[in-house]
Design a protein around this ligand. Structure first.
Ligand code: ZN
Length: 236
């Protein structure tokens, strides 16, 4: 097997994105520890590369993805996280955006969805900060539904119609990222749910429109490929 240094260099050449095996970082808002070298290397070589190869490198450029930071025991705002997007907002063109990923987890369908979820946050933020306040998306919901962050409640009830996970019910930008990542990993699964769930069906259609606006590579044939490669993703 090649050395970690070589794998990181190859990754940068292939995707135009740096991958970093992070050292410990202990700050109030974000904290993590350095992951084992063996785990990090395997993650880059066999897992991350495969997921990113679903997109052209134009996608990463357009959302200013600069660095993917690999770590373990990732915590943000006091909560354990599988991944985290760190957009630099108005400075993103200059500084580049980062994604943080906890690699110390089973490499399953959920771990795949984490990569696409975090990438979507950067895509969502790349045109404006509409992702946070997307009223068009909010209006796809049942008229009585309110995202939990808007309610300042911390009790998340069971998954309602229109949502792929309880986390999607916390905020509009999380809902969009969850819908997108389910479409990437388990297109058939989400499409099946959409057959009996009109809200979710509208969200799938809206996501296709948004992604096609972001880049023309997200066309019907892209989604057909995703349907063919669907992996079952548990509803969590
Ligand atoms: Zn998120």
């Amino acid at each position: 097997m090649s050395s970690q240094k070589q794998i990181i260099e190859d990754f940068k050449k292939r995707f135009g994105v740096s991958v970093v095996a992070a050292k410990d970082r202990l700050e109030i808002d974000v904290a993590y520890l350095q992951a084992d070298e063996e785990k990090t290397t395997a993650y880059i070589e066999t897992f991350l590369s495969k997921e990113l190869s679903l997109y052209s490198t134009k996608v990463f450029k357009k959302c200013n993805l600069r660095k993917i930071i690999l770590c373990k025991n990732l915590v943000s705002s006091g909560e354990k996280r599988a991944g985290l997007a760190e957009p630099k907002w108005i400075f993103s063109g200059l500084l580049g955006n980062n994604i943080l990923i906890n690699v110390d987890a089973p490499l399953d369908s959920y771990a795949r969805s984490v990569i696409h979820h975090e990438l979507y946050h950067l895509i969502d933020d790349s045109d404006d900060i509409n992702g946070m306040y997307d009223n068009h998306w909010k209006n796809l919901n049942h008229p009585k539904f309110t995202y939990h962050d808007d309610l300042f409640a911390n009790q998340i009830p069971k998954i309602a119609n229109g949502f792929v996970s309880s986390y999607a019910m916390t905020a509009v930008h999380e809902d969009k990222a969850e819908t997108f990542s389910h479409m990437i990993v388990d297109y058939k699964g989400i499409e099946k749910l959409g057959k009996t769930d009109a809200v979710l069906r509208r969200k799938i259609e809206r996501m296709k429109v948004l992604m096609n606006k972001f880049s023309s590579e997200f066309d019907e044939s892209f989604w057909k490929e995703r349907a063919k490669a669907s992996n079952h993703l548990h509803i969590y």
